[in-house]
Design a protein. Sequence first.
Length: 70
Amino acid sequence: MFFAQDQLEELNHGHREIHGKLADLREKYLFRNATHGFGRRLGTLVRCIDRVFEILTPDREEIPSRDAVI
């Protein structure tokens, strides 16, 4: 395993919280008249993080293929 158990727990905990943090951040910037597209970019960032956790799970044992990494 590439990560220690406590590191895996921290990574998974952070991943579980990301959608709530996205909603909070969007709400804060909504009231500040943020530039158009900012909220959409935040959503894209969260989706990218989700995809990394789907494809390259932190608890995997084997080295991922080059295609999976790309």
